[in-house]
Design a protein around this ligand. Structure first.
Ligand code: NAD
Ligand code: 6OD
Length: 488
C-alpha cells in the first residue's frame, strides 16, 4: 500500500494556504501518520468567507446557467482525468477498499457534477397568468437567485461523494462555498481544489478550510456572520449544535443526519437475493454509511434461515489491505470511533444478546493491529428497548429481531427517533408498496438498498434531518426565488 506523509493545505481565494499550526492525520489501516493537515484558525476562515463574498459580488455572480453548466462538466472531466489520485487520497484517509472508493466515492463525484449540470439546465420555476375578479390581469413569474455564501460541512464516511453532492448543486445555482471537510478526511476536498482551479472556477468560488468542529474551523465557519446558509451532513447532535449556531441570524439549513435504519424481511422474500442485499446494506463501508441497516426485522418462519445466511455473509467478509483485490472490508475511521463501536459491542452482550458473528476486535497481524479494525457483528436476542437497537452505532453491526405480522413489523421499524431509510424484502409487490409507504423515513427501498436516482428527494425525518436534496429539491435549497408580478 503506498504510504507518504503529504501536506494538506487550506484553499482560500484561489490559493493554497498554510495554517498557523497543523495536525497529524493517521491512517486507520495501521496507525501510520499519512498527512500533515494545516489548521484554519478563525482569521483564515474569515478570509475564506470574505473571498467567497467577493466572488459572488464579482463576475461569478453574473454568470449564466450555460456557463456554469460548462464549468461543472469540466470539473467532472477533471476528476475523471485524475481518478486514480482521488482514489489513492480517499483510501489513504479512510482505509476503505480501493475497489469501493473507485466505484462508490470517486465514481459518484463525477456523476454528481454531471447530474447537477443536467438538472440546472432543465429546471424552471412557476409562472401564472393571474386574473382577478375585478378584471385586473398580471403575469406572475419567479426567477431563481443563488442563496449566497454557503458553509458546506461534511463528514468522513463518504468524503468526496458527500462533499460533491452539495458543492455541485451549490455551484450549479451560482453560489460560492466554503467547505469544511472532516478532520479525518481532508485530502479529496483539497485535491478537488486543484481540479476546480484547472477547470477555470474563479478564485473565491470554492474554498476549503481544515480543522475540527467545536471551537475550531467548523464552529468558526457556521457562526460566521456573513454566511447565508449551512448545508451539513453528519451526526444529529452536531446538526443540533449548528442549528443553535445559526439561530441568532436566522439562516436556512439543510441537514442530512444520522440513521438507525430498519430492514423488514417477509417470509415470502427471495431469500438468496435478500441475504445478499441485507449483507450489503449492513456491511458496506464497514457499516459507515448513514443508510446502512442496523435493525433487521424478520418474519418468524424464515428467521433462522435469514440469521444463518447473514451470519455466513458476515463470516465471509475479508478484512485487510485496501489494495488487495480480495479485500471486502476496511477498518473503522479512527481509534476513537472504534472505542465507541466497541462500547456498543459490550452493551449488546450486557443486554443479553446472542452473538451470531464477530463481537470483538480481530487479530490481523502486527501492522494492521495498530489500525482501527473491528469484526463484522450480528446479534439476536435483543428487542427495541436495548440501547444498541435504538442508538446509531455507525459500524458493521446489526440486530436481528423476529416479528409475527405486517402490522407488528411496521410498528417495530417505525419505533425509532431516527427516520432516514428502510428496506422491505418481499415478493408480494402489493405488500412491498404498502409497507414501504408506511415507513416513517425519507427513503424507502423495496427488494434493494442504496439504489439511487439523483433526481429523487434525499433526506430524513425526525433526528435524521431537515429538508431534502437531489434534483429540483437541491435547486430549492440552493436558490432564493424572487417573484415578479407584471400587470398586463
Ligand atoms: P460529525 O457530526 O461528527 O462531523 C461532521 C462534520 O461536522 C465534520 O466536518 C466535523 O468536523 C464538523 N463538526 C463537528 N462539530 C461541529 C460543530 N460544533 N460546529 C460545526 N461543525 C462541526 O459526523 P461524522 O462523525 O463525521 O460522521 C458520521 C455521522 O454522519 C453519522 O451520524 C452518520 O449517520 C452521519 N451521516 C449522515 C448522512 C446523511 O445523508 N443523512 C450521510 C453521511 C453521514
Ligand atoms: O448517495 C447520496 O447521494 C448520499 N447523499 C448518500 C449518503 C450516504 C450517507 O452516508
Amino acid at each position: 500500500m503506498p504510504v507518504n506523509r503529504v501536506p494538506v493545505r487550506n484553499f482560500v481565494d484561489g490559493l493554497f494556504v498554510d495554517g498557523p499550526s497543523s495536525f497529524d492525520k493517521v491512517s486507520p489501516v495501521d496507525g501510520v501518520v499519512v498527512a500533515d493537515v494545516h489548521l484554519a484558525d478563525s482569521v483564515l476562515v474569515d478570509r475564506a468567507v470574505q473571498a467567497a463574498r467577493r466572488a459572488l459580488n464579482g463576475p461569478w455572480g453574473a454568470t449564466g446557467v450555460p456557463e456554469r453548466v460548462a464549468l461543472l462538466r469540466r470539473v467532472a472531466d477533471g476528476i475523471e482525468e485524475r481518478f486514480d489520485d482521488f482514489v489513492e487520497a480517499e483510501v489513504r484517509d479512510t482505509g476503505k477498499p480501493a475497489s469501493l472508493a473507485r466505484q462508490l466515492d470517486v465514481g459518484r463525484a463525477v456523476v454528481n457534477f454531471r447530474q447537477f449540470a443536467d438538472t440546472v439546465s432543465s429546471e424552471g420555476l412557476d409562472s401564472f397568468l393571474t386574473e382577478l375578479p375585478d378584471g385586473r390581469r398580471a403575469l406572475n413569474y419567479a426567477v431563481r437567485k443563488p442563496l449566497g455564501v454557503l458553509a458546506v460541512v461534511v463528514p468522513w464516511n463518504l468524503p468526496l461523494l458527500l462533499l460533491t453532492w452539495k458543492v455541485a448543486p451549490a455551484l450549479a445555482c451560482g453560489n460560492a462555498v466554503v467547505v469544511k471537510p472532516s478532520e479525518e478526511t481532508p485530502s479529496t476536498a483539497t485535491l478537488l481544489a486543484e481540479v476546480m482551479a484547472a477547470a477555470g472556477v474563479p478564485a473565491g468560488v470554492y474554498n476549503v478550510v481544515h480543522g475540527y468542529g467545536a471551537s475550531s474551523a467548523g464552529e468558526y465557519l457556521t457562526t460566521h456572520p456573513d454566511i447565508d446558509g449551512v448545508t451539513f451532513t453528519g451526526e444529529s447532535s452536531t446538526g443540533s449544535a449548528i442549528m443553535r449556531a445559526v439561530a441568532p441570524r436566522v439562516r436556512p439549513v439543510s441537514f442530512e443526519l444520522g440513521g438507525k435504519n430498519a430492514a423488514v424481511v417477509f417470509a415470502d422474500a427471495d431469500l438468496d437475493a435478500t441475504i445478499q442485499g441485507l449483507g450489503r446494506s449492513v456491511f458496506t463501508n464497514t457499516g459507515q454509511v448513514c443508510l446502512c441497516t442496523e435493525r433487521v426485522y424478520v418474519e418468524r418462519p424464515v428467521f433462522e434461515a435469514v440469521a444463518d445466511g447473514l451470519t455466513a455473509f458476515a463470516r465471509g467478509l475479508v478484512l485487510g489491505d485496501p489494495y488487495e483485490a480480495s479485500t471486502t472490508t476496511g477498518p473503522l475511521i479512527s481509534q476513537a470511533h472504534r472505542a465507541k463501536v466497541s462500547s456498543y459491542l459490550d452493551l449488546a452482550v450486557e443486554a443479553g444478546a446472542e452473538v451470531l458473528a464477530g463481537g470483538g476486535i480481530p487479530d490481523l497481524g502486527a501492522d494492521l493491529n495498530r489500525g482501527a479494525w473491528i469484526e463484522p457483528t450480528l446479534w439476536t436476542g435483543l428487542d427495541n428497548t436495548a440501547r444498541v437497537v435504538r442508538e446509531e452505532v455507525f459500524g458493521p453491526v446489526a440486530a436481528l429481531v423476529p416479528f409475527e405480522s405486517e402490522d407488528e413489523a411496521v410498528r417495530l421499524a417505525n419505533d425509532s427517533p431516527y427516520g432516514l431509510a428502510s428496506a422491505v424484502w418481499t415478493t408480494n409487490l402489493q405488500r412491498g408498496h404498502r409497507v414501504a409507504q408506511q415507513m416513517r423515513v425519507g427513503m424507502s427501498w423495496v427488494n434493494t438498498w442504496y439504489l439511487r436516482d439523483l433526481r429523487s428527494p434525499f433526506g430524513g425525518v425526525g433526528l435524521s434531518g431537515i429538508g431534502r436534496e437531489g434534483g429540483r429539491h437541491s435547486m430549492a435549497f440552493y436558490t432564493e426565488p424572487t417573484n415578479v408580478s407584471v400587470q398586463l
